[in-house]
Design a binder for this molecule. Sequence first.
Ligand code: DHB
Ligand code: MG
Length: 598
Amino acid sequence: MRTSIATVSLSGSLTEKLTAAARAGFDGVEIFENDLLASPLTPEEIRTRCADLGLTVDLYQPMRDIEGVPEDEFARNLRRARHKFELMRRLGTDTVLVCSSVSPRAEDDDDLAAAQLGRLADLAQDFGVRVAYEALAWGRHVSTYDHAWRIVEAAGHPALGTCLDSFHILSRGSDPKGIESIPGEKIFFLQLADAPLLAMDVLQWSRHYRCFPGQGGFDVAGLVRHVLRTGYDGPLSLEVFNDVFRQADAGPTAVDAQRSLRVLQESVGLSTPPAPVVPTGVAFAELLTPDAEPVAALLGALGFARTARHRGKPVDLWQQGEARLLVNTGPAVRRDGTVLAAIGLESPDPAGAARRAEALLAPVLPRRRGPHDAPLDAVAAPDGTELFFCATGRPELPDWRADFADTGERATGIGVTRVDHLALTQPWHHFDEAALFHRSVLGLRAQDSVDVADPYGLFRSRAVTSPDGSVRIALAVGPAPARDEARAQHIALATPDLVAGARRFRAAGGRLLPVPANYYEDLAARYDLSDEDLDTYRELGILYDRDEHGVFRHCYTHTVGRVFFELVQRDGGYRGYGAQNAPVRLAAQHAARRLTGG
Ligand SMILES: O=C(O)c1ccc(O)c(O)c1
Ligand SMILES: [Mg+2]
């Protein structure tokens, strides 16, 4: 189906919005009145610009407070409408959105509303315009889609239809099944938006918290299925009022928006992009560092050995158990010190995974292929992390390790078996995009997001995981985008015996993050732990959590550049990440940074 986006959903000037929408692959736009009023372009120039960009102008909006008013006021409304219809002719669009009145002077009189909307449609018809009447969830007398449709039906005018907006329908808890009783040709327009489930005033919710389908808690796809059963064949149009998107760059937001519509179309059976190829493990995590020494010291204390060297590049493979870390000291190294730059995902079908990613608009990275390199398919996640789809030790596929020559070094190890999870702090305006990306592109499942207090703000965190837990990525967004630590990344390593592992790490010269004694007093109050265990945890800075499945113990290393490590022991099928300990950890990291300056 054709895809469209309201200009209000993107930041910048009208020109920037239109360019971003076209580049992301939208077919059309809804022009928001304020964007036109603020633009130096004439309506004719906007029309030409859209045509040059390959965009149709699908809707002009909104017209407000038209219906249900005394005759003298309605006469003034018609005069206003005539101006707008003339403008629409110059703009080259034939559909106008009229939202239900919020005026205190509007009367609760459906017959009057139908009669006046009919007269508006008469005038519109003279200009070749169609009127799409939308129920705002906070409309004074008309606030539900079925009520708006009753009025449209009563008016019985060919130039009057309804506009359905998923936010207004789902935020009020209306049953969208009733949409199926509206003839498809009377649905003049369909606007789509999702939103997180929040208990708040619906107008504020709508104006500040809408998000793209798949990023919130509404069943937008379910609603679209009802709409499709009516025979509606107009565009799927995104109308998202969102405080973050208003500030973020229009280009990436438009791509995020188009991706959400592609995923939606797939889930309602309108398209069949290549199927998701769910990763089955973490093949490697790659650190980029300008300063190999501190990284080597930390990995050595963690029990890793430099088992292989890339044949053509300054990249070392450090291994312990099934945990593999690449340390890259090549020219791509950035100014901001050590970073977690890439993740190798073990994929049952690397080429298929890359095709899926490309179909969902993930930037495909040029293959870093030297004369000896195995081919590697890679895409960039929204935060810039490179994701490689690769195979380790599977005879039917090229092994990425073929590019590495064995050094003969072997790890003595501290008991690390594998990477448990990767935690990536997102740029502040990419959080919702990141969750949708990892879910739709990689086929991971998103868990609920949790809020975590930091001494200087609030973190939001959301995990995406493969069904068997073999791939776990914790996405977080921090409080202060300008601060480095707000973009910290970490690698959590699994061990079956955390206490032994932590002791060996320390004996090898590793530094563990100290945790305040108050934490352990609280732990003693909350759980029935032995004094001996508590003493050990306090000594090593081990944090403790439980869920209905099992127990989680974890501790942290110091930070190098933007990266630190976590050692974790999961017992009994514990599913979380110790989120309730995160405030203590964040405070301890702030304190450690003040002491060491690093
Ligand atoms: O918030 C509003 O006023 C507003 C305006 C136009 C719409 O289509 C809408 O859904 C909301
Ligand atoms: Mg709307």
